[in-house]
Design a protein around this ligand. Structure first.
Ligand code: GRG
Length: 277
C-alpha cells in the first residue's frame, strides 16, 4: 500500500499551502489500515479491471473516513487525545483547525471523485454522498450520540449499519458500479458491505475489552465509559459467535456472485478477522 500512501500525499500536495492542508495531511497519513480503499480495489480487481481505475474513489473514501475520525475525536463528540497511535488532530493543531481539516477532507473527497473517469460516475457520486451523509454515516453517528440506555440488539445493529456499515458498503457498491454491474448486483454488494461493517464493529467492541490502549492506538474505551455495546447486550461469547457468523456468511455470499472472483476480497476479510487493532 506504499503506492496508495504516496497517492494520498500527491492529492494533498495539489492544495495551496496552509495550516489546514497540513492538518489534513497529518490525519490522513497517520497510518490507518486503509481498509475501505483496499476493499474497493479488491472489488474492481474481482471484476478483472485494473486497480488504477478506482484510484480516485479510493482516495475519496479514505478522506471521508479520516474526516469522520477527526470530527468524532473533537471535544464536542468523543473528546479523544489519541488516534492511530498519535495525538488527535485537535490536540496536534487546535480545535478550529481540526474542524476545518475535517470539512476540507470531506469536500476535497467529492472534488477528486467528480474528476474521475469511471463508468457510472453520477451513480458512484450519488452513492458516496448517500453513504457518507445524513441518510448514512452521519445518521449513524447521530443515533449513536443519543446514548439511549434502553437499546435492544436490533437498535444497536441499526446504528452500526449506518455508522460503520455504510462506509464498508460504499467501496463494494461503488466497485460494482465502476465495473458496470447492474442495480441488483450493486444491491447485493451493498448488503454484504453492511454486514461486514456490522461484524467489524462487533469485533471493535470485543477488542475494546480485550486489547490495550497501546495495541489499539486510540484512547476511548466504550466499555469503560459505560456505553451500550454489542458485547454488553449479547455477552462476550455470543458477540464472538455473531461476528464469526457474519464474516463467514459474507465470504460465502461473495463466492456465490457469478462473474466475480472473490479471492481478493476474501483475503482482506481473512486478514481483518485476525486483526489486533
Ligand atoms: C463525526 C460525521 C462523524 C462520523 C463519525 C466513523 C465514525 C462516525 C466515528 C468513529 C468512531 C468509530 C468507532 C466508528 C466506527 C467505525 C470504525 C470502527 C472506525 C475505525 O475504523 P478503522 O479501524 O480505522 O478502519 P483506521 O484508523 O484503521 O482507518
Amino acid at each position: 500500500m506504499m503506492q496508495f500512501e504516496e497517492l494520498l500525499n500527491q492529492k494533498i500536495e495539489l492544495l495551496p499551502p496552509s495550516r489546514v492542508r497540513e492538518a489534513m495531511r497529518y490525519s490522513l497519513l497517520a497510518g490507518g489500515k486503509r481498509l475501505r480503499p483496499m476493499m474497493l480495489y479488491a472489488t474492481v480487481e474481482g471484476f478483472n479491471l485494473s486497480k488504477e481505475e478506482a484510484d480516485d474513489f479510493a482516495c475519496a473514501l479514505e478522506m471521508i473516513h479520516t474526516y469522520s475520525l477527526i470530527h468524532d475525536d473533537l471535544p464536542a463528540m468523543d473528546n479523544d487525545d489519541l488516534r492511530r497511535g498519535k495525538p488527535t488532530c485537535h490536540k496536534q493543531f487546535d480545535e478550529a483547525t481540526a474542524i476545518l481539516a475535517g470539512d476540507g477532507l470531506l469536500t476535497y473527497a467529492f472534488e477528486i471523485a467528480s474528476n474521475s473517469k469511471v463508468n457510472q460516475l453520477d451513480q458512484c457520486i450519488h452513492y458516496l454522498a448517500n453513504y457518507a451523509g445524513a441518510g448514512g454515516m452521519i445518521l449513524g453517528q447521530c443515533l449513536d450520540i443519543e446514548e439511549r440506555q434502553d437499546l435492544t440488539w436490533e437498535d444497536l445493529k441499526r446504528i452500526h449499519y449506518y455508522k460503520t456499515g455504510c462506509l464498508f458498503a460504499a467501496p463494494l457498491a461503488i466497485g460494482a458500479l465502476i465495473a458496470n454491474q447492474n442495480e441488483d448486483l450493486v444491491k447485493e454488494f451493498d448488503a454484504i458491505g453492511k454486514d461486514l461493517g456490522l461484524a467489524f464493529q462487533i469485533q471493535d467492541d470485543l477488542l475494546d475489552i480485550h486489547a490495550s490502549m497501546e495495541e489499539l492506538g486510540k484512547s476511548t474505551s466504550d466499555a469503560r465509559n459505560g456505553k451500550i455495546t454489542s458485547v454488553s447486550i449479547l455477552s462476550d461469547e455470543k458477540a464472538n459467535i455473531e461476528m464469526n457468523r457474519l464474516y463467514n456468511d459474507c465470504m460465502t455470499r461473495l463466492q456465490q456472485i457469478e462473474g466475480f472472483d472473490a479471492k481478493y476480497l476474501i483475503s482482506i476479510v481473512k486478514e481483518v478477522i485476525t486483526r489486533k487493532k
